[in-house]
Design a protein around this ligand. Sequence first.
Ligand code: ZN
Length: 161
Amino acid sequence: MPESREELRVGKPTVDHALASLVTDLLTTIHLLSGYPAVSVQPEIHRLPQAAIAERVCHKPCGVRAYYRPDWGVLLDESLNVESDTFDRSILLHELVHYVQAARGRFDTMPSACDRWNAAEREAYALQNQFLADVHSAKHVAMSGWAARCDDKDSLAASRL
Ligand SMILES: [Zn+2]
């Protein structure tokens, strides 16, 4: 696997003290909401144009605005205002749930990759909705549309938040 080439394609992480402080708060929130042990090490965060995220994740234009992969860290649409918009912040929280899941090996024992993916997404959406309810947001997110399509890996990849 050309790991280093993949890293080069993602580029350098965004270094931003306000963002790092927000990530610390969200990791604490995930710990409190989920019962996961606290994770003190932060993932790399890459703020990129949405088109650059689509290119890396979907290899063509698509709607994905945030994505987590263990060897990349979190890719975040640079137009998301995670500092002051609670819904945008919930998108970052969702990706941080995937980071914590990976750090804890949460679903590693499930034999089917598709089942692992579904379980991970179900939990990430549930925690995102708990967060939105806690901040009294009128919005919520639903993982409809693709959850049962375990035979269709391409559309799973394309529609993952
Ligand atoms: Zn997700």
